[in-house]
Design a protein around this ligand. Structure first.
Ligand SMILES: [Zn+2]
Length: 104
């Protein structure tokens, strides 16, 4: 009998989705300077893949995606970071909202 964790997709499919997400983020990074709207589309696509395949976007990549307006965030350009004792606050200059991340 095969025991699979609840609602999880097969490992192969998840691995594929994660690879896809990684490459979309690196493509977004490449395009950002000249075509920021393209970057936004790439990360939006990455987000959809993550949802569909029920995988988590790596925390490192999550910081580059605004959870409110879903735009691609580039430090110093459309995103500011503030540090407090308990967490880092990422401020998105597009929608003017904060995201908080605890320290690792
Ligand atoms: Zn935003």
């Amino acid at each position: 009998m095969v025991i699979r964790r609840h609602k999880q997709k097969p490992a192969k499919e998840r691995k594929l989705a994660l690879d896809r997400i990684d490459s979309l983020f690196s493509e977004a990074e490449k395009q950002f300077k000249e075509h920021p709207e393209l970057s936004n589309r790439y990360v939006e696509l990455a987000r959809k893949i993550a949802m569909k395949s029920k995988v988590r976007i790596r925390s490192e990549l999550k910081k580059r995606l605004c959870k409110h307006c879903h735009s691609y965030l580039k430090l110093g350009i459309n995103c500011r970071v503030r540090l407090s004792q308990k967490h880092m606050s990422y401020y998105c200059l597009n929608c003017r909202k904060f995201m908080r991340f605890p320290y690792n």
